[in-house]
Write a protein that binds this ligand. Sequence first.
Ligand code: SAH
Length: 400
Amino acid sequence: MTTPADTAPDRYAYWQNAPLSIAGSRVLVATKPGVFAHGIVDPASMMLAEQMASMGRSTSVHLNCGNGLVPAAAAVAGGSSVLWCSDRSLPSVQATERTMAANGIAGSHVVHAHGTHAFPLALAADVVTIRVSTDKLALQQLIWEAFHALRIGGKCYIAGANDEGVKPAVRLLESIFGVARLDAQHSGHRLAVATKTQIAPSSLTDGTSPYLDPDHFREVAVTLKGVEHTLFSRPGVFSWEHLDEATQLLGDLMDIRAGESVLDLGCGAGALGLTAATLSGTGRVLMVDADAEAVRCAARGMAKAELGNAEVRASDVGGAVGDETFDVVVSNPPFHQGKATDLMVPRQFIADAYAHLHVGGRLMLVANRTLPYEQVIAERFGEVRTLHDGRRFKVLGATR
Ligand code: SAH
């Protein structure tokens, strides 16, 4: 829920346009907390952006488009006239849309998805850029789809940091395209390029992942609070290969009574929300997540469980919840240690949990025990209780 106070500079919903110079052209880049590379200039994206500036008129595809710097450079400094962009993160998609608007770029399509599966089939793109992400199978899918989106003679550029696995990514590029070349490297980042020279991709040396098919899901059997479910999961979704220990903890502690309405903030594959929907029976359960793949997985789990009382929605924290309020909010919020701004995302989870509870409604949240959430919850709710204090995780509760 965005209120006027949220648009103050220290708030989560505060959008800014940062000016950058790419090959002599000025590009505005929209950003706010929660957007990829917020508060920094990502060296890998800069490498891709500078590469795009030398392109000329083209059809370009930008996977993991982040804040939109790369497609904006393609249009403003390069001359790319048709752009297809996607990112699995909703805040990043919103940033790319704003970046396009801020630079007056028409003819761009920005899609909230992982990869190209929502794009037209025969793009015959001149160039594809991929900002490398850490999950290897999720990345393999992007490189595979990049190959198929290109025309013969088209080029795929990938860039990322050494500590994000850009070296194995270059090998992946090579295995699919046949040949790849390292184009540039500085300050721990690399840019590599491959040209599509044949219709069919080379066969992958370490086997073709079944997850190249966007409709292939991993099935994970879980039991929370005595309720059994099958979760559907995909590479890059939170804890996608097995149920997370903290999720299990909160799931077993949740006290959801029959008929209660529940909001699962940051639902991932849906473990908490699906369990809550079964426990509640008739109460409405809304599951939201910013990750497009998480949303698809949770929707699949919901369909399998035949839960008529649940709904899944893509949302930046509570941004797409509207003014609906609930009896209970459950959450295992994302956390990143390091930059101070990273705390703004979990802070917003707590703020939106409060905003979407009726008076008397309850928050139940699980976190790594070293995270300082007690104070944040107490500031909002006027109280905080420790429902469980374990060796690694704690479960915190508060009533509005
Ligand atoms: N509840 C799930 C997932 C917890 S991990 C489980 O317990 O298994 C935290 C989740 O928050 C991830 O799925 C992540 O995609 C999501 N997330 C991260 N940033 C978000 C944001 N800005 N808005 C909504 N969800 C977000």
